[in-house]
Ligand binder design. Structure first.
Ligand code: MG
Length: 396
């Protein structure tokens, strides 16, 4: 399973917008609106892939706007916004390797990295989450041009996108909503109808939806005031671990069980690869070490599956709004031979980390029969982990 897919819904025909070209293909400060929206997700470290739902009649516009980005073929949308979402979700499910999805309006090109990160992080604790802003204006009910009352705005928020979901949960909600789907005004309301808990995280006041010519002009002014976006900050952590070899019939390394004429001894399952990698991630966060989070003196970790420790470190990364962008593990032993197990190890790490395998390296070396690893008294591992922390855009 890959981690998180962005599903950009761009199938609207833009009836509320003047002109022949639908709003998502209009140019905004020199680039098509849709291209800006796609790049915001494609370049975000928490997003593994981007899929786009379009009106098939717009294919030439789509190809001209983003055909050079190397995206998978666009998905054909439906008659309404929600039917297009449903078509996109079905296509992602057919791919079979997407666990989480962030659905986003193509007409919100100014979405920022921290907003995306907050929605992704909320999906660790909830099946659904949306970006929103609390209502600050006083709200009037108006009848025939006259104020007919003031609405209590306590607890009222303006929903934005991205709206994030566990893919299986939102598909189940869509299936259950049936005839109510076309009239729903956002995807989160479908999850709400199904009784799912939808977390609300802070969006951004700049994450406006381009609906009118005025919106397009306002978006131009916002982009002008932003200047070049600040680059993300990268931090790298390092981890090292050793476990002793004792009598036994196999070892677990990077989550893969390998038959061997020995076993690793330790309080948990003694997977040195996962321990070193967990420490590398904690190092990049400057959050102590594996022993401070999972004390060896605590009996609950006896024989524990070390992927639990790694999952804890990955959750800490997300809670800080950061994203893992690369991991590199080196296993140091004379035996067993690691090479044949490398693809399985990378696949396991990809699953644990929610990261594409291209961003995960597993290497191995011997120590020329020197030292404790050379004498087969133990196995060692070193790891580095690189995290990206999105930087807030400077204000106007
Ligand atoms: Mg250890």
């Amino acid at each position: 399973m890959s981690g998180c897919c962005a599903l950009i819904v761009a199938a609207g025909s833009g009836q509320r917008f003047g002109g022949d070209v639908p709003k998502q293909y209009r140019r905004l400060a020199g680039l098509p609106v849709l291209r800006r929206t796609i790049l915001a997700f494609r370049d975000h470290p928490a997003i593994d892939r981007v899929a786009v739902v379009i009106n098939p009649a717009h294919r030439p516009l789509y190809d001209a706007a983003v055909g050079d980005l190397g995206l998978p073929a666009p998905i054909g949308g439906g008659a309404t916004r929600q039917e297009s979402s449903a078509a996109g979700l079905d296509a992602l499910a057919a791919d079979g390797d997407v666990a989480r999805v962030l659905i986003h309006d193509a007409a919100r090109p100014l979405v920022d990295g921290p907003t995306i990160a907050r929605v992704v992080a909320a999906l660790d604790r909830h099946p659904a989450a949306l970006a929103a802003m609390p209502l600050t204006d006083t709200v009037k009910r108006v009848t025939a041009g006259l104020a007919a009352g003031t609405v209590d705005r306590t607890g009222l928020w303006r929903a934005q996108t991205p709206q994030g979901f566990h893919l299986a949960a939102i598909r189940a909600a869509y299936a259950g909503a049936g005839a109510a789907v076309p009239s729903a005004t956002d995807d989160a309301s479908i999850a709400e109808m199904a009784g799912q808990e939808v977390a609300v995280v802070e969006g951004s006041p700049d994450n406006l939806k381009i609906t009118t010519e005025d919106d397009l002009a306002r978006a131009e002014r916002l982009l002008e005031s932003r200047g070049a976006p600040p680059p993300p900050e990268y931090r790298t952590g390092h981890g090292y671990d050793v476990h002793r070899l004792v009598a036994g019939d196999g070892v677990t390394l990077c989550g893969v069980r390998i038959a061997h004429d020995g076993a690793l001894s330790g309080h948990s399952d003694a997977d040195v690869g996962l321990h070193a990698l967990t420490d590398a991630i904690l190092g990049a966060l400057a959050e102590g070490d594996i022993g401070s989070h999972f004390p060896p003196s605590d009996p609950q970790w006896r024989g524990a599956d070390s992927s639990l420790f790694l999952a804890h470190a990955v959750a800490l990364v997300r809670s800080r709004g950061a994203a893992l962008v690369h991991a590199d593990v080196t296993l140091i032993c004379e035996a067993p031979k690691i090479g044949p197990h490398r693809p399985a190890m990378r696949a396991r790490l990809a699953e644990f980390l929610g990261l594409a395998t291209e961003r995960i390296s597993v290497k191995a070396t011997t120590t020329e029969r020197l030292g404790f690893t050379g004498r087969r008294e133990g196995i060692a591992a070193q790891a580095t982990a690189t995290l990206s922390f999105p930087t807030r855009s400077p204000g106007p």
